[in-house]
Structures are given as structure tokens and as C-alpha cells.
Design a protein around this ligand. Structure first.
Ligand SMILES: NC(=O)C1=CN([C@@H]2O[C@H](COP(=O)(O)OP(=O)(O)OC[C@H]3O[C@@H](n4cnc5c(N)ncnc54)[C@H](OP(=O)(O)O)[C@@H]3O)[C@@H](O)[C@H]2O)C=CC1
Ligand SMILES: CC(C)=CCC[C@@H](C)[C@H]1CC[C@H]2C3=C(CC[C@]12C)[C@@]1(C)CCC(=O)C[C@@H]1CC3
Length: 301
């Protein structure tokens, strides 16, 4: 049976590189590109098919920062019936987090909660299959406990919404394993390292990054997480794709690394999470999910 792999944030950066690399690893997979914009999704599909003309590539439109859009996408995916792997590679990092149309913090929703709802809505596809299914969350080395608080888990009050959302992602993955491993669903978190992408081009302009490039290549001899290209950044995702999920440690983050001479490898590092906090946070996610489903009852089957 073909494996169906859904990649969010597939239109650029690490997500697009991952799509290409997965097809290079296994041309028999069915790749589903999840993008927030239908035109971009089609353009990405064309790009991928140029490189792998025989590949099976479909698209689904989903804005992960908009819960109605997430529920509609889940409905559509449920109709397609199969899903074996979901990997997240979308993300927003901003100095000015704000409330979205659902009244939730945008960074929290896009980076974590939209995916949480999507996964819960796709549980019937992901759980109880003959072979294990897997989730791969793109987290970050920037996930910091100090940025996260249970009482303000959407990070409405602080200035570190990105770090908070990534820490929340790590917590969620730990609990998802506890709840769903018995049903054959396994979750892992990865960090792509420092990658030149639209995200980093919002921190410094492209020309500055280009000027810094020689320095960064030198730094890479000492800092292996300077992966720099989306291709290298997707190393940990691709490595995980090839592992048996039931043998992976749920309390580890898999870091994409690149050596000074440009060789890619993966480094597992222990997650800095308190399991009790993770459980409490998960209960809060369930509460928020309940409110969301109540609000959007018309979008449920
Ligand atoms: N770059 C880096 O150095 C690092 C990145 N990461 C993480 O890696 C992941 C990928 O980042 P990277 O490739 O660098 O970033 P990019 O900005 O290049 O790519 C982000 C992708 O996410 C999509 N996206 C953004 N918002 C939404 C949304 N609301 N709904 C659906 N899709 C959305 C974008 O789509 P569109 O094309 O429509 O904008 C794009 O395809 C992120 O989770 C990021 O946090 C972690 C550590 C370091
Ligand atoms: C000489 C040189 C390399 C200058 C660049 C300095 C900084 C702009 C970068 C150094 C480490 C980078 C980094 C990120 C952004 C850019 C830097 C601060 C991230 C925060 C981007 C998003 C993440 O998820 C983690 C990254 C960690 C490293």
C-alpha cells in the first residue's frame, strides 16, 4: 500500500526541501502538499513534478492560523481516507504577535494549535492502522521553558511568542506519544538548525545574509546547527522518515546538523520538558479544542 505523507508549509523553505527529499528517498509515496494558498500549492506541485514526473502529488488548502480552514481541510482529508505521516514545516516568527479571527494568538495558533486540531480531526486516519503512523513536528532550538507559562500558554502577555509556541510544541509531542502510541501513532520533534529561508529573511535582509555567508560557513566548523540550506535543514525529518517510529525516544529532539565540510547528520538531544506540565498543558489544549468544535459545529461530519 502506498504511504500517504502530508507536509504543511510545503510551499517554501524546509517544507519544500523536505517534499523533494522524501520523493528522492521513496518515489512510491503519495505526497500531499498542504499550503494556505491554492495557487502556491499548484505552483509547488508543478515544481515537484518537474523533478519527479512520476510522483503522486496532491494538494490541500489550509491556513493553519484559521481554525475554520483547518476543519475544512480535515474534512477533505478524511474523505480521501488515507494518511500515514504528517509533518509540520510551517511557522511564523514575529515581534508583534496579535489576535487572529478566532480570538486566539496568531503565533500559537499557526505554530501549534492549528496542527493540534488537524491531528485530532484526522485521528481516525492516523490511528489503528496496520503499520504505525507518525507525526513530525518542526520545533526549534529556540523552544525555551522560560518563555512558556501554563497560565498564559498562548503567550498573550510576553515578547517571546515564537519560543513559547515551540516549547508548547515539544510538550504536546510528549503527551501525544503517551496518549496515542498504543493506537499506533508516534510523534517526534525536530530542529532544522539555522536555515536561510523566508523566515530568516525577515530577521535580516537577504543582502546582509549574503554578506554574512562566508562568516557563517566558518562558524559551521564550530556550530554544527548552522545547516544554512533548507535541504540540510530537512535532514532530521528525512532521517526520521526512515526509522521505525516505535524505536524512537519520545523525550528527544532530533537536530539537523551539518559539519564544517558540509556533511549532514542528525543529533538527538534530550528534551527539556517536565511531564507534569506537559499533561496539564494538554488538558488546556483539549479545553480549547472543545470550545473550537462547539463554535464550528457546522464544519464537523
Ligand atoms: N529557518 C530557520 O532558521 C528555522 C526554522 N525553524 C522552523 O522550521 C519550520 C519551517 O521554517 P522555514 O522553512 O525556515 O520558514 P519559511 O518561512 O521559509 O516557510 C514557512 C512555510 O510555512 C507556511 N506558512 C506560514 N504561515 C502559514 C499558515 N498560517 N498556514 C499555512 N502555512 C503557513 C509558508 O507558506 P507561504 O509560502 O504561504 O508563506 C511557508 O510555506 C518552521 O516551523 C520554523 O519555525 C526552526 C528553527 C530554525
Ligand atoms: C555572523 C552571524 C551568523 C550573524 C547572524 C546573527 C543572528 C541574526 C543569528 C544568529 C543565530 C540565529 C538564530 C535564529 C535567527 C538568526 C540568529 C539570531 C533563530 C532564532 C531563527 C528561528 C529559530 O527557530 C531558531 C534560530 C536560532 C539561531
Amino acid at each position: 500500500m502506498e504511504r500517504v505523507v502530508l507536509v504543511t508549509g510545503a510551499s517554501g523553505g524546509v517544507g519544500l526541501a523536505l517534499c523533494r527529499r522524501l520523493l528522492g528517498e521513496d518515489g512510491r509515496i503519495h505526497l500531499c502538499l498542504a499550503c494556505r494558498n491554492a495557487q502556491k500549492a499548484e505552483a509547488t506541485r508543478d515544481l515537484v513534478l518537474q523533478e519527479y514526473p512520476a510522483a503522486q502529488v496532491s494538494t490541500v488548502e489550509v491556513d493553519l492560523g484559521n481554525l475554520a480552514s483547518v476543519l475544512r481541510a480535515a474534512q477533505e482529508l478524511r474523505c480521501r481516507r488515507l494518511l500515514h505521516m504528517l509533518t509540520t514545516a510551517e511557522g511564523v516568527m514575529t515581534q508583534t504577535d496579535r489576535l487572529n479571527g478566532d480570538g486566539l494568538q496568531e503565533v500559537f495558533t499557526t505554530n501549534l494549535f492549528g496542527h493540534f486540531i488537524l491531528i485530532r480531526q484526522l485521528e481516525s486516519l492516523l490511528c489503528g492502522n496496520e503499520k504505525p503512523s507518525r507525526l513530525i513536528w518542526t520545533s526549534s532550538s529556540n523552544a525555551r521553558e522560560s518563555a512558556f507559562s501554563l497560565s498564559d500558554y498562548q503567550h498573550a502577555k510576553g515578547q517571546e511568542s515564537y519560543s513559547s509556541s515551540k516549547y508548547a510544541t515539544d510538550l504536546t509531542s510528549v503527551v501525544l506519544n503517551r496518549k496515542f502510541n498504543k493506537q499506533g501513532l508516534y510523534s517526534s520533534v525536530v530542529c532544522p538548525g539555522l536555515v536561510m529561508s523566508n523566515m530568516t529573511f525577515k530577521i535580516l535582509p537577504v543582502f546582509l545574509w549574503v554578506l554574512l555567508m562566508p562568516i557563517m560557513f566558518l562558524i559551521r566548523f564550530f556550530a554544527k546547527t548552522y545547516t544554512l540550506t533548507p535541504y540540510n535543514g530537512a535532514e532530521a525529518h528525512v532521517w526520521l522518515f526512515k526509522q521505525k517510529p516505535e524505536y524512537l525516544d519520545p523525550l528527544v529532539k532530533y537536530h539537523s546538523c551539518t559539519s564544517g565540510l558540509g556533511k549532514n547528520f542528525v543529533e538527538p538531544r534530550k528534551l527539556d520538558v517536565d511531564e507534569e506540565t506537559a499533561e496539564k498543558f494538554y488538558q488546556k489544549l483539549l479545553e480549547l479544542e472543545g470550545q473550537t468544535l462547539e463554535k464550528y459545529g457546522d464544519l464537523l461530519d
